[in-house]
Ligand binder design. Structure first.
Ligand SMILES: Cc1cc2nc3c(=O)[nH]c(=O)nc-3n(C[C@H](O)[C@H](O)[C@H](O)COP(=O)(O)OP(=O)(O)OC[C@H]3O[C@@H](n4cnc5c(N)ncnc54)[C@H](O)[C@@H]3O)c2cc1C
Length: 610
């Protein structure tokens, strides 16, 4: 107990948090994020997704007509086109000849609980504003409202349904535990009011529950067999899995004169959420680098499919900047198999923020890899390992895989390692600021804690003395996104070289990433920490110097983000000597990689040992 109190003091005194951060982690709302072993086992044994699907089946099936149909838009489905719940809601409203209403509830406490960063919230608001305009052209109101108490969201939602006389609502399922539990409460409340709740799958190409092991219908915990079956299922029913859901029909214009509904057109999408504000310069930068709206997302995807990568696009720039060259054979997707790990050009699609926010559907991404003729004539999806397209489709399958893990093994969204055998690995640094240690062994002295804290800060700000780690962390801080290989290098470095609890990194990435998504972020962190599903074996530890030479062969990425080293050429750039570093004012390495590697292997081999 004493040790924990000491840890909190050490952590909070060193670096005062910025104002917005202080607000977000205020004492008033500070949920504990690490479940006990027992609670994690209990939730895995009875996952809430299963309960929700049952509740939907047991709910009201044939409601009275009501005076409107509501689609509840959430943070992960910010689009109008190819949106399953919206499309179904619209068809239902059209059939009954009643108006469709779209609702978005802002819940700042959820954003705190889920480590959402200001950039992700800003991206949400910018996309909502764009959607509001497009829906208004169809006479469909998008009503936004903020609920300060997240426990009150179910009640507020059902009250809204009553206010607009809706007896049926539609929503796409969110697979995170808190959201599923909230939706279970909504189902209960809806049922008691005679309201029909329609929750549908939309986030994945192949939804959780379809690709399961033959033996006992369990969620796969290994990617390769999962991906094989994923592709087989997908190719066996392309019209279903790749359906382009019909766009919503327009409401009758008379809805604008309705005394009950006309006011809904007036609610404004807020410019910001208190505690999550961006300063004006950062907001402008984000607008340039991650422009909002479905058309932009579709254009970014088209660029990836049809144009070559460029070194001028390696950093925080307009993704649709002029000068991209068309090429069928050398387009970014065509050479993705061989080039995807390079960070010194825009080799990957950079579509993740749009997928995470649902500005683009995952189905649309897979459809885009097929020619129109292939789609129309029953052609197959290429998901193989030998082509650029196949490799890229495999990444979309990784995204589905991690969502299935979240749904099938919900423990991972409760701060637990998937592999409990590593719960007692001894970390140098704490799991998550202000939360209990749970069960990982704490460091032994204030000296360890102070060093751990200092190292965490150097890692966050990109001052570790490892050029590739520093470049990647500075890129993340600057643009809210960094290349996948860089994420792996930074994660592995924090966890294995510095021996800092993976949850520290998971939280920091979530706060910084504009594509922050629990399933993929947790999956990526637990993979790097060797605690997750199909993880990197604990003894396979990235050598940051070798990784650097492979991922940044031109050195352009490091030189861009680490200006201290801008004049350095050749191997020194990846591993500067002490004399070069001293001369250029670049930090010396904060850890010796070889020694750190041995320490990590020792601690993972026998969790609990020092
Ligand atoms: C530590 C760590 C944390 C991560 N956190 C997130 C996160 O919060 N949100 C997120 O969307 N991705 C996360 N990823 C996965 C991956 O790094 C990003 O999806 C990818 O870098 C996005 O860039 P892109 O769109 O150019 O990807 P591309 O290479 O073009 O891939 C296309 C799409 O496939 C999906 N994808 C690609 N790689 C992965 C992967 N390894 N796991 C799951 N899906 C993948 C993404 O949706 C991506 O947009 C994380 C990876 C690691 C190692």
């Amino acid at each position: 107990m004493l040790r924990r109190a000491m840890m909190k003091r050490t952590l909070s005194s060193a670096n005062p948090a910025p104002a917005s951060k202080r607000l977000r982690s205020s004492a008033a709302f500070n949920p504990n994020k690490i479940a006990t072993v027992e609670a994690a086992a209990a939730i895995d044994a009875d996952p809430p997704l299963h309960k929700l699907l049952e509740a939907v089946k047991d709910g009201v099936q044939t409601p009275r007509t009501g005076k409107s149909i509501v689609y509840w838009m959430r943070m992960g489905d910010l689009r109008i086109s190819d949106n399953r719940a919206l499309s179904l809601a619209s068809a239902h409203a059209k059939e009954r000849d009643i108006p469709l209403i779209v609702l978005f509830l802002l819940s700042p406490q959820d954003y705190v609980a889920h480590d959402r960063g200001p950039r992700r919230i800003d991206f949400t608001l910018r996309n909502l504003a764009s959607i509001k305009g497009s829906l208004a052209a169809l006479h469909i109101p998008l009503h936004t409202s903020t609920q300060p108490n997240r426990r009150a969201v179910p009640h507020e939602f059902v009250s809204f349904l009553e206010r607009v006389n809706a007896l049926t609502f539609y929503a796409n399922i969110e697979y995170e535990v808190d959201e599923l539990r909230r939706d279970l409460q909504v189902c209960d409340a809806a049922k008691s009011q005679g309201i029909s709740a329609k929750f549908v799958h939309d986030k994945c190409v192949v939804e959780p529950g379809v690709v399961v092991t033959g033996a006992n219908n369990k969620t796969y915990a290994v990617y390769t067999p999962y991906q094989k079956l994923w592709l087989t299922k997908l190719n066996a029913d392309i019209p279903h899995y790749l359906e382009d859901c019909p766009a919503p029909h327009a409401n009758s214009e008379s809805v604008r004169d309705s005394p009950e509904l006309s006011g809904l057109f007036d609610s404004l999408v807020p410019e910001s959420v208190p505690g999550f504000e961006l300063d004006a310069a950062d907001r402008a930068k984000m607008e340039e680098v991650w422009p909002a709206g479905e058309t932009k997302a579709q254009d970014i995807l088209k660029r990836f499919i049809s144009t070559k990568s460029r070194s001028c696009q390696l950093a925080a720039v307009d993704p649709l900047a002029a000068g991209a060259q068309d090429s069928e054979k050398r387009s970014r997707i065509a050479v993705y198999d061989s080039e995807r790990d390079r960070a010194d050009r825009d080799t990957t699609s950079r579509i993740s923020p749009y997928l995470a926010a649902g500005v683009l559907s995952a189905r649309a991404c897979v459809r885009a890899t097929m020619s129109g003729t292939a789609l129309a004539t029953g052609g197959k999806v290429d998901g193989g390992r030998t082509t650029g397209i196949g490799r890229w489709v495999q990444e979309i399958a990784w995204r589905d895989f991690y969502n299935c893990i979240l749904a099938g093994y919900p423990r991972v969204s409760m701060g637990r390692p998937f592999l409990e055998k590593y719960a007692n690995v001894r970390w140098e640094g704490p799991p998550v600021e202000d939360t209990a240690y749970a069960d990982s062994s704490p460091p032994t002295s204030p000296v360890d804690l102070a060093l751990a804290e200092a190292n965490i800060e150097k890692w966050k700000s990109g001052h570790t003395g490892f050029p590739i780690v520093d470049a990647a962390m500075r890129c993340l801080n600057e643009m809210g996104w960094v290349h996948n290989r860089m994420r792996m290098i930074c994660a592995m470095f924090l966890v294995k070289d510095l021996m800092i609890d993976w949850r520290v990194g998971e939280k920091y990435f979530m706060e910084k990433l504009i594509d922050g998504d629990l399933a993929s972020n947790n999956g990526g962190w637990q993979w790097s920490a060797s605690t997750g599903v199909d993880p990197c074996p604990y003894f396979r530890i990235f050598n940051p110097y070798l990784q650097s030479a492979k991922a940044d062969p031109t050195g352009d990425f490091i030189r861009h983000y680490v200006p201290e080293l801008a004049a350095v050429r050749g191997p020194d750039l990846h591993k500067p000597s002490a004399s070069i570093a001293n001369k250029l004012g670049y930090p010396l390495p904060i850890v010796k990689h070889d020694e750190a590697r041995d320490r990590a292997i020792r601690r993972f081999k026998e969790p609990g040992t020092a």
